[in-house]
Design a binder for this molecule. Structure first.
Ligand SMILES: Nc1ncnc2c1ncn2[C@@H]1O[C@H](COP(=O)(O)OP(=O)(O)OP(=O)(O)O)[C@@H](O)[C@H]1O
Ligand SMILES: [Mg+2]
Length: 307
């Protein structure tokens, strides 16, 4: 492993991969539980498990003459894994962009815990509790994996800029806590062995998981994943399935855009289907698989099937 440079130092846990190999099964389970605990979201939520966490209300997004999203409404319940699927160009990423402040909706609203997001800027939406990954990976290429995640924890920091400049004790404590949390997140997503490597030098699958760790660092109420399995082989997809479940079991709510039907059908609780910007179906995976409108939407799409 290379040195951590000027960034946050990799704590002693940096050697944890070697340690983990020597653990008994019981010790490993205990260790995993501790990691999950360190990673679990720690914030007040206004809605209970199973209640509506995020509501997309009659959302329309137009680009010039093109209607990318056309009066779409659906809700995400706290604690579920909701799939958002549809053929290429259906409006899935546009929906994420409208939810996270990248685009302003032409009309309609997005409500988190019953409160409209209105015209909040991107970083304020992150603070309110929506985090996302990108269809095309966006990491700080020259920063280490650990630093990329520490940056994510900044969204939850409370010290002022002045506190940071004066290196107040509170700032110091927060920085130490951020590094520890970031390390736990790297372990949680399974890439702690490369904590000190620059993001650009990580294998592709690691970069995708690093993006998830960075999004989780903001302690989101809702985690939105845009095609996290793109470019993955079947074994990696299987691992990702496990990771998404683990994230939910840890107390997060997940919105998943994904083309791989095996993964979508296997991991989601419910699915919303878009086609040409319209919602054409919503239901549990077994209903969606048999829905004639969904089957028709996917006919002629060569790379995926609804098997
Ligand atoms: N910034 C933009 N300006 C103009 N048109 C856009 C813009 N972003 C998206 N679109 C168009 O809106 C439509 C929906 O695109 P979107 O990226 O939301 O689809 P998607 O469902 O995510 O597709 P894919 O599965 O290919 O990622 C497409 O026709 C796309 O070309
Ligand atoms: Mg997309």
């Amino acid at each position: 492993m290379t040195g951590p440079g000027n960034g946050p130092e990799v704590p002693a846990e940096g050697g944890l991969v070697a340690e983990l190999e020597h653990m008994t099964e019981a010790e490993r389970a205990e260790h995993d539980a501790q990691v999950a605990d360190a990673v679990a979201p720690d914030r007040d939520m206004a809605v209970e498990i199973g209640q509506t966490l995020l509501e997309i209300d009659d959302l329309t997004v137009r680009f010039g003459g093109l209607t990318a999203l056309d009066s779409v409404s659906f809700a995400i319940r706290r604690g579920e894994i909701l799939g958002l699927i549809g053929p290429n160009g259906a409006g899935k990423t546009t929906c994420f962009n409208a939810m996270t402040g990248v685009y302003r909706p032409t009309s309609g609203r997005v409500l988190l815990e019953g409160k409209p997001l209105g015209k909040l800027a991107k970083h304020n939406i992150t603070r309110r509790g929506i985090a996302r990954t990108f269809q095309n990976i966006r990491l700080f290429a020259e920063m280490t994996a650990l630093e990329n995640v520490v940056v994510g924890t900044d969204a939850r920091h409370r010290t002022s800029v002045l506190g940071a400049i004066l290196r107040s004790p509170r700032h110091h404590r927060e920085e130490k806590a951020a590094v520890e949390k970031a390390m736990a997140l790297l372990e949680f997503v399974g890439i702690a062995d490369r904590a000190a490597d620059k993001a650009k030098n990580l294998p592709y699958g690691y970069q995708r998981r690093l993006e998830i760790a960075r999004a989780l660092a903001t302690e989101p109420k809702l985690l939105c994943l845009d095609e996290p399995a793109a470019g993955f082989n079947p074994a990696e997809k299987e691992q990702l399935n496990g990771l998404i479940r683990k994230i939910r079991d840890d107390g997060y709510t997940v919105l998943l855009i994904e083309h791989d039907m095996k993964l979508v059908m296997g991991v989601t609780d419910r699915i919303v289907v878009l086609e040409f910007g319209r919602k054409i179906a919503e239901g549990v995976p077994s209903e969606i698989r048999e829905n004639p409108a969904v089957i028709a939407a996917y006919l002629g799409v060569p790379d995926d099937d609804l098997a």
